[in-house]
Design a binder for this molecule. Structure first.
Ligand code: MG
Length: 296
């Protein structure tokens, strides 16, 4: 049964093969980027928006019609998600802010300071079912000249913030080194990757607060940057050697090898079951039989 499988697939359990069509192959859609990141599928546009953080652009890959520049300059946008209304939310290294794109295309700053001090450089963002937006704020966008406009750190730490629908900004998570990719597995369970110590953690979420639960997993090569959860609760993690698929409890189901470091991924496409993968200079797709978990 598995003999026709593309050599990129490495199963650690039989269940892994049930996640993909028999003829699934990772396909390079576009290349020539520098550091691709932050893919998010926007059904209202039938397109994936993704960032090239270091070329200071965002790109749009349409279900029909291929690739076009979305923003240039993008002010070094990084991670994206959709809010409850389906609007695009962006982390901006350059503007050191969390932004929302309105239906007319204009941008609204949702948060750019906390306790009177500038944010570091928002990296990635996730929607909670209650409509709040949780985003990580490490310093890559001010430390790395190629990923932002520089500046000094004003925050006392590298926090994960929660932006309420009423605009209230709090910092429920303050105990991480470099919080990065994050995703809600449920209203009570946040998965958070820390690229400072190369592991992914579980936080219990109760109301507006979050408390440390446990370390959930590490990847064998490189580290988890962005990650997603599918509708059955499986975890799809980026890594230095490709994409790893894990159970909700963090046990490996299998691995899809990519030739370059994978930063992030998302489900989308017309059928909702295409995995889009940002991998350094490349932007890829992979057909699956899974859909992303969505609260939007
Ligand atoms: Mg990231």
């Amino acid at each position: 049964m598995n003999s026709n499988r593309h050599s990129a697939f490495v199963a650690h359990t039989p269940e892994f093969w049930e996640l993909f069509p028999q003829d699934a192959v990772p396909t390079l859609l576009a290349d020539g980027f520098t550091w691709t990141e932050g893919p998010t599928y926007q059904p209202s546009r039938g397109a994936v928006i993704f960032s090239d953080v270091r070329q200071n652009k965002t790109w749009c890959w349409q279900d029909h019609g291929g690739l076009k520049v979305e923003l240039s300059p993008s002010h070094h946008q990084n991670g994206h998600c959709l809010d409850l209304q389906g609007r695009l939310i962006a982390c901006s290294h350059g503007q050191r802010a969390l932004l929302r794109q309105e239906t007319d295309g204009s941008w609204t700053t949702l948060a750019d300071s906390f306790e009177g001090k500038k944010l570091n450089s928002p990296n990635d963002v996730a929607l909670h079912p209650d409509g709040s937006l949780w985003f990580s704020d490490p310093t890559y966008g001010i430390d790395k000249p190629e990923e932002g406009y520089g500046g000094s750190k004003e925050q006392d730490g590298n926090y994960v913030f929660r932006l309420d629908v009423d605009g209230t900004l709090i910092a429920p998570i303050r105990d991480r080194y470099k919080p990065n990719g994050l995703v809600f597995a449920s209203a009570e369970r946040l998965l958070l990757a820390d690229t400072g110590d190369a592991a992914t953690y579980v936080y219990n979420v109760q109301g507006q607060q979050a408390s440390y639960n446990c370390q959930l997993f590490t990847v064998p090569v490189g580290k988890t940057d962005g990650l997603r959860v599918d509708a059955e609760g499986r975890i799809w993690s980026s890594a230095g050697d490709g994409v790893h698929v894990l159970t909700a409890n963090g046990e490996s189901l299998g691995h899809i090898s990519f030739p370059q470091t994978v930063s992030n991924l998302c489900f989308g496409g017309a059928d909702g079951r295409t995995l889009f993968v940002t991998a350094t200079s490349g932007f890829w797709q992979l057909p699956t039989l899974c859909r992303g978990l969505s609260f939007a």
